[in-house]
Design a binder for this molecule. Structure first.
Ligand SMILES: NC(=O)c1ccc[n+]([C@@H]2O[C@H](COP(=O)([O-])OP(=O)(O)OC[C@H]3O[C@@H](n4cnc5c(N)ncnc54)[C@H](O)[C@@H]3O)[C@@H](O)[C@H]2O)c1
Length: 256
């Protein structure tokens, strides 16, 4: 049997992290780099804190540019083994008609968010399936959310000015179903899984944090590094016999 280090080792493999300039995207880039992979990061703009061999700028609303990421990575690195989809319109996005009262949430914002949160993962999986399937080490990790399966507890948000837009959870539920669809379609050469974090602490209003912690068995919000192990596991041979799962990293919040 290979050692734990050998199973985790990604030397010689290439990973594309879409949304690699974001908070969790940067964690994915770092952990995959530490595992030995060549990492390409793609995002609207580059972030100097992203640890990647190469960064690409892409607007995921643009289907052609999104699709073209895959041949660009192949040209630069010669292969593609792992696709991590981390990009999203989250509840923190300032787009008008998005993270606001339900009656003010707009179809335009809903459509734009779905384009990034869900449609771009579909486009990238289509573009990357052959490359991912050609070396026996293909893995897609779709970063979802507990709101793919849970309703927001709106009592936690009350009076804080924060909102969880309907389109967010719906887009993540779509992503979760895309994961299941791809996990059987692309088997046995490519594994496809989701990873669903709970709320990550970002200095939110105290009332929100206290209520959130109260509803979480591990009694705290997530930190960025809490997702590192899940990414490392799902991307590498540590999870070689795992496909079609949603790995929930939420401090037990969804157990209650
Ligand atoms: N932060 C949380 O509490 C939390 C909880 C559960 C799930 N998630 C999920 O984790 C993932 C990462 O979230 P995060 O907290 O790091 O958010 P983030 O906003 O820091 O990162 C999202 C990234 O997506 C990129 N992006 C958005 N629109 C884009 C576009 N049109 N083209 C290219 N890139 C685009 C942004 O530039 C950003 O870098 C998301 O899928 C999010 O839904 C986050």
């Amino acid at each position: 049997m290979r050692s734990f280090q050998e199973l985790a080792d990604m030397t010689g493999r290439t990973a594309l992290v879409v949304g690699g300039a974001g908070h969790l995207g940067r964690v994915a880039c770092q952990v995959l780099t530490e595992q030995g992979a060549e990492v390409a990061s793609a995002d609207l703009t580059a972030d100097p804190r992203t640890l990647a061999a190469q960064t690409f700028e892409v607007d995921l609303h643009d289907e052609d540019a999104t699709r073209a990421l895959v041949p660009t990575v192949l040209e630069r690195f010669g292969r593609l083994d792992v696709l991590v989809h981390c990009a999203a319109y989250t509840g923190a996005n300032a787009l008008a008609g998005w993270a606001t009262e339900f009656e003010d949430q707009s179809v335009a914002a809903w459509d734009r968010a779905h384009r990034v949160n869900t449609t771009s993962a579909f486009v990238l999986a289509q573009a990357a399936r052959d490359a991912l399937g050609s070396h026996g080490s293909g893995s897609i990790v779709l970063v979802s959310s507990i709101y793919a399966t849970l309703a927001p507890d709106f009592r936690v948000y009350r009076g804080t000015g924060m909102h969880s837009p309907a389109g967010y959870g719906v887009s993540k539920a779509g992503l979760a179903q895309l994961m299941r669809y791809l996990s059987t379609l692309l088997a046995p050469t490519v594994r496809v899984n989701a990873m669903s974090p709970g709320g990550v602490w970002r200095d939110q209003p105290t009332a929100f944090v206290e209520r959130y912690e109260h509803g979480t068995p591990l009694a705290r919000m997530a930190t960025e590094e809490d997702v590192a192990g899940a990414i490392a596991y799902l991307a590498s041979d540590l999870s070689a016999y795992v496909t079609g799962i949603d790995l929930v990293v939420d401090g037990g919040r969804s157990v209650w």
